[in-house]
Ligand binder design. Sequence first.
Ligand SMILES: [Zn+2]
Length: 460
Amino acid sequence: MNAAQRTVIENCAIATVDAADTEYPSGHLVLAGNRIESVGPGAAPAGLAGVVRRIDATGHLATPGLVNTHHHFYQWLTRGLATDHNLFDWLVALYPTWARIDEPMVHAAAQGSLATLARGGVTTAIDHHYIYPRGSGDLSGAIIRAARDMGVRFTLARGSMDRGESDGGLPPDFAVETLDGALAGTEETIDRYHDASFDAMTQVAAAPCSPFSISTELLRQGGELARRKGVRMHTHGSETVEEEKWCHELFGMGPTDYFESTGWLGDDVWMAHCVHMNDADIAAFARTGTGVAHCPSSNARLAAGIARVPDMLAAGVPVGLGVDGSASNESGELHTELRNALLINRLGAHREAALTARQALRLGTYGGAQVLGRATQIGSLEAGKLADLVLWRLDTLAHASIADPVAALVLGAAAPVTASFVDGRQIVTDGRLTTVDEDAIARSTRESARRLARLRPSGG
Ligand SMILES: [Zn+2]
């Protein structure tokens, strides 16, 4: 959008999620091009030139767009399977099916995952994609194309696995790449797609999958590659007791010490889950600025446990929210994770203030921007930042009797999204995507899921 063109939004409650948690019971936002020009109480300044649109947002809450920090889009095609399994059993049950994905399937799954996130107020998303079967086509390109077409700000965390069963890993050998192949594929993806600019719509991170599916060399060299290229690093860590035990048996240390020994703690790293962390692990994350993608629903679905988010926040660890792959979180929605994060972190006696509604909103917005290294650009509503924001409708039956709009958004039912803007462009209107055809995506995901199911090995 032209920088001289202004959109004025007025008469809504605003939760800016800035450093002071500034809120306005009734305020305004002015968007100029792809930036927020001003935000404040009451009506917008009079006499603004170039106003092309005025939105009367009475009955709404404006927040920063939600930031999803962990996902595996391809799993959109394998939802509702292995429904009563822990992580390792679930992985072993699903790997043989996952290893049969191809480019059209991955594209359809990315569209389904992104559409579900976006219509629920997500404006920035990542996909941690780590399965690249031989001859499956340009999977990274297909995922990035889906995000660009939808208009969602996006990081492809280019994943990889090189430790198959014959090397003591969990995935079958046919589902993994070689060390050199994984590194070359990651480097090529960075060179081709990573945009380091302030208003980048596409970024790439280096993201070896998890300790039990990658060699120590891939972890070490993958990290070195990321730092040489100036991109962020992402992986899974400390998800389950089984993983912790596995690390002790194989490496003689727990996951966090293993990551530190391979160069994988730092303010350019974020890690999914971090459920099984002792005090020293949390202190190491805080000292190094390592970020966490908290995935409460997935952790519950796989009985992984409850991450110590309140302790992490108290120690100063950057924490964002993630839905995780849709095979372990069938809903694939981030707005409902605000509520789930709050509720799950309160489980247990005397934990009634373990996580507040405002902290939950911060995890889903500014916290996510922090762990993706983009907190100067997105994650809060402040003049000069990118125009990524959501108008949540709170005047219907579901929320109208709740006076506090942030409590309504976090504790109430999933609020309807009247409008969602990314980079100043409206991509959702009245809960429907404006950039793509949702019904066509529903059909193609169904066809792809059926095709993949037919390829599933018998007994798998
Ligand atoms: Zn994951």
